[in-house]
Design a protein around this ligand. Structure first.
Ligand code: PMP
Length: 397
């Protein structure tokens, strides 16, 4: 008999299982507007947990349940339709897309913006369409940036995390002709730290290289709903601002903002834009309204006050906290300890997921604590109490 050429997926899954890498979908409760699990009236799985507090969502401003955002999506679903029906370049271009793009361009203080069906699609499509000769990429950049580099077939030079000196060394050592792209996340999703963008721009400018910044975890949270690029006043030094509509903007989709020429180039050549159905119009409308509401300062202020209280409280207890943003990694080191702590915290009604290798380096397993603006001060105190009691119970404090 000739050799089999079929796919043995069962054994691949078993290998994952043995390595502790097998994942599963979480039961279908959804995170309600006030930052607690709420039963999903249309969910097929049994509701789990009595309204646990969720410190695990990327809906940082709690806008996914905001009535203004919901109404905007609902109106457009009725008036325009639920789906774009085709690529934007064919018949899928609608008013809500255009007004969202105008709002994004204004927030990002650039000529134009272009929305994609996800942040993932924005990254892979944009990096590949830029067709760089070399990409210099932070070692902790998001998977969609990594995949964009692969798809572009550019030579990819990985520099040490948030280390402009290492970036500069690698730029200096490179002798490849053609356009160079330096790409970094602004806020890193697992470490909660911020890239030193100004120094990265300095290094790139010495070589005439372009800078692309992924603002997925920053968009909506800084200056008038902008990101770190706006906070640091780097609008005219970052040629490609990218982000997602799916985190603080409480919707779905991704965007790229920059010059007129950049947007024209992408809408002609980014394959994930050209050959993919336009973003669903209600998602565009929701993101636009969320962007408007995000610039209400008291909402972001509530988030930052929760962040400060959690950082102070957890540090005082003796936990090791990393980062400087709304993402608070409580680093415990050992993967088993992280799982035990997450379980013990959850037994106390608080959800904060354990993040383990290979998502993070060996020996840095952590709980990723992410508050929402819609949590109350009492919710934050409950989270702190859960961490104090759980830490003692599992012997980490
Ligand atoms: N970039 C970063 C830094 C992200 O964290 C994510 C989402 N996890 C993405 C891009 C992809 O965005 P989306 O979820 O909209 O595809």
């Amino acid at each position: 008999m000739s050799q089999s050429h079929s796919f043995d997926l069962e054994s691949r899954l078993e290998t994952r299982e043995e390595g502790g890498l097998r994942r599963d979908l979480t039961p279908a409760d959804r995170v309600g507007p006030e930052g607690r699990f709420a039963p999903d009236p249309q969910g097929s799985l049994p509701s789990y947990g009595p309204r646990e507090l969720v410190f695990a969502a990327n809906d940082y401003l709690g806008l996914a349940g905001d009535d203004r955002v919901r109404d905007a999506a609902e109106r457009v679903a009725r008036d325009v339709g639920t789906g774009a029906g085709a690529s934007r370049l064919v018949t899928g271009d609608t008013g809500p897309h255009r007004s969202l793009e105008r709002s994004l361009a204004a927030t990002k203080r650039v000529d134009r913006a272009l929305v994609f069906s996800s942040g993932y699609a924005a990254n892979v499509g944009t990096i590949a369409a830029l067709d760089p000769a070399v990409v210099f990429s932070d070692e902790y950049n998001h998977a969609s940036v990594v995949d964009g580099c692969r798809l572009s077939r550019a030579e990819t030079v990985v520099y040490d995390h948030c280390d402009p000196a290492d970036l500069r060394r690698k730029l200096d050592a490179c002798d490849v002709d053609g356009p160079w792209l330096v790409v970094t996340d602004s806020v890193f999703s697992m470490d909660g730290d911020v890239a030193p963008l100004s120094e990265i721009c300095d290094a790139a400018e010495e070589h005439g290289a372009w800078v692309m910044v992924d603002e997925a975890h920053a968009t909506g949270l800084y200056e008038d709903g902008g990101g770190i690029v706006q906070r640091d006043g780097l609008d005219d030094r970052v040629q490609v601002q990218m982000g997602t509509l799916s985190k603080a903007l409480a919707s779905q989709g991704g965007y790229v903002a920059g010059s007129d020429a950049l947007v024209e180039h992408l809408l002609n050549t980014a394959r994930s834009f050209v050959f993919s159905t336009g973003l669903a119009p209600p998602a565009a409308a929701a993101a636009r309204e969320a962007l408007r509401v995000a610039s209400e300062t008291d909402r972001a202020d509530r988030l930052w006050s929760h962040v400060a209280r959690l950082r102070e409280g957890l540090t005082e207890m003796g936990y090791e906290l990393w980062g400087t943003t709304q993402i608070l990694p409580v680093v415990v080191g050992d993967r088993g300890d992280a799982l035990d702590l997450a379980d013990a915290v959850r037994e106390r009604g608080v959800v904060a997921p354990a993040i383990r290798p290979p998502t993070v380096p060996e020996g840095t397993s952590r709980l990723r604590v992410a508050p929402m603006a819609t949590h109350t001060d009492e919710d934050v105190e409950m989270c702190l109490r859960a961490f104090r009691e759980a830490g003692r119970e599992v012997g980490l404090l």
